[in-house]
Design a protein around this ligand. Structure first.
Ligand code: GLU
Length: 531
């Protein structure tokens, strides 16, 4: 029977267990074993996991720390640390390395390597159809990353504003889709790649824009957003959405870009009239208002961290990772990403989907928004464009990033690729293969062993106890596996941590046929070696 006392004891035991765990985390920051940690050590540790001090989820803790600093100049005691940990699951998960990119430091080191490599690439030229874009310093280069757990990394010119240009298109599509639903939006816009240039005077066979990510489709989307509301409210809605997507960092507006866009917009006007001639717009659409609204959206300015956060919101099914705000429904996001995947990169879209294989959208300001679904959003900004209008460094970044990490839509189908999976911890990538090999050997699964071999896993690999595939196959009596392994010239006399060899395992389990095979193999090897 439980007594009051035993319940208390259990509770005490749980508290003690929790304290032990917290102490482990505390000690991992208190490198000098001083029993106290300084705020900078606390934030540095979190930063190494991608959690930054201005994270809206840690605002209370940040404010409290500032107050504590004024009150007691000592730093963070274990007691205070435990209080923070109790307050925030994010802290525990970060410090334990349980966020979506567990080894964030190694991952961002790879990003820095890619950045440094591309920094020297000055090819291409800035867009020159308006003076505001023509005057931008072409050397600028920013990369920002935000994961679905809100781990962030910014590098290069991430404090400089740039205008959205075409990267406003997927977001305007989402805004329209969110309010009107798929069927209404796609009564006015198709969802096929056009195979033509982004501002080409061409509509599909139904007289509609091919998709929302080329100019005609983006103009159409603009006509659909809150069409009953005054134009000022419609613009406010777009700004508010960008602020929510940015995790609370506010976008700005570049009026001179807007004025220039308006002045050089003959093609966009022509496209709008062409669509009106085909009755593509909803009834009573005010064309001039619609076009001006579209130019205004192109002239919104953000910094790369905001765009990465927007991309991360899409990667996270519409929920902003930094604020938890549900900005779009997951069905809206799914449709948007499908279109970004097939139509986001102007005339390079098919090639990008084929070679690189994740959704992206570029704009003539050199901005690029990349989405790795369920993992992260990336913004690359670099103003020099190639002849198709995509950022040169943005495309090159995508190529190298896609070769390094297994984020192509169909990478999971390929066994033999040596790409890294940053969702795995530092050793997991390696250990996974070894454990699978040993497990397959213990089950006698030759097909799996062949697949793992094709993936580059060494058949002699051993687990922590020094057990190899041959140990397990011999011990479990899987003759075919043993034969396969020795035909592949594995080493038959490797010893496990207890000094045992595969042949001893076979003997112990009384698999005489295997003992015989191994004895013959070993003696042949001996003869060969002593010839
Ligand atoms: N403001 C540009 C236009 O509509 C957007 C171009 C772009 O980024 O593709 O012409």
């Amino acid at each position: 029977m439980k007594t009051k006392g035993s319940i208390k004891t259990k509770k005490e035991a749980l508290t003690a267990q929790k304290n032990m765990a917290y102490l482990g985390l505390f000690n991992s920051i208190d490198h000098n074993k001083e029993g106290i940690i300084q705020p900078y050590q606390f934030w540095n540790e979190l930063k190494s996991h991608g959690i930054l001090a201005d994270d809206p989820r840690l605002k209370d803790i940040n404010d409290n720390l500032k107050k504590e600093k004024l009150k007691n100049r000592k730093g963070i005691t274990f007691e205070l640390f435990s209080k923070y940990i109790d307050q925030s699951i994010l802290l525990t998960k970060s410090l334990k390395g349980e966020l979506v990119i567990p080894d964030f430091k190694s991952f961002t080191d790879e990003i820095i390597t890619i950045y440094n490599k591309l920094e020297k690439n000055l090819s291409g030229s800035v867009a020159n159809y308006i003076p505001q874009l023509a005057r931008v310093n072409p050397d600028q280069f920013a990369v920002s990353i935000c994961t679905i757990d809100g781990q962030r990394f910014d590098y290069g010119d991430f404090n400089t504003d740039f205008c959205l240009q075409s990267t406003c298109k997927p977001i305007n599509y989402c805004i329209a889709h969110e309010r009107l639903g798929e069927s209404v939006v796609h009564k006015h816009i198709g969802r096929e790649p056009s195979g033509r240039s982004f501002n080409e005077m061409a509509l599909n066979n139904d007289g509609l824009p091919h998709n929302p990510l080329i100019n005609s489709g983006a103009i159409m989307c603009s006509s659909l957003i809150e069409r009953q509301a005054p134009i000022s409210d419609r613009f406010d809605l777009v700004m508010k959405t960008w602020s929510e997507l940015s995790g609370g960092f506010n976008p700005s507006f570049n009026n001179s870009v807007y004025l220039s866009e308006k002045q050089t917009a003959d093609r966009n006007f022509a496209l709008a009239y062409f669509m009106r001639e085909k009755n593509a717009f909803p009834e009573n659409t005010n064309l001039i208002e619609t076009l001006e609204f579209y130019f205004q959206c192109c002239s919104i300015e953000v910094k790369s961290p905001s765009m990465a956060s927007a991309a991360a919101t899409l990667a996270n099914g519409g929920v902003n990772p930094l604020t938890g705000k549900n900005v779009f429904n997951s069905s809206t996001v799914k449709n948007c990403l499908s279109l970004m995947n097939s139509c986001g990169m102007y005339d390079f879209s098919g090639e990008y989907a084929f070679k690189i294989g994740f959704p992206a959208k570029s704009g003539v300001s050199g901005a690029m928004m990349i989405v790795i679904p369920n993992v992260m959003g990336i913004c690359v900004w670099s103003p020099n464009l190639d002849e198709l209008g995509n950022s040169v460094r943005g495309v090159e970044f995508s190529k190298i990033f896609g070769e390094r990490f297994n984020f192509h839509n169909y990478d999971s189908l390929i066994n033999g690729n040596d790409k890294l999976d940053p969702r795995k911890s530092k050793y997991e990538n390696k250990i996974d293969g070894v454990i699978s090999l040993i497990y397959a050997a213990s089950l006698g699964d030759i097909d799996e062993i062949k697949k793992l071999e094709a993936r580059g896993i060494d058949l002699n690999s051993a687990d922590y106890d020094g057990r190899t595939a041959l140990h397990l196959a011999a011990s479990e009596g899987h003759k075919e596996v043993v034969e396969y392994l020795i035909n592949r010239n594995t080493t038959a006399n490797l010893k496990d941590r207890w000094g045992g060899s595969p042949i001893e395992d076979a003997k112990r389990s009384n698999h005489r046929n295997i003992v015989k095979i191994l004895e013959e193999y070993l003696s042949n090897q001996f003869k060969l070696e002593n010839k």
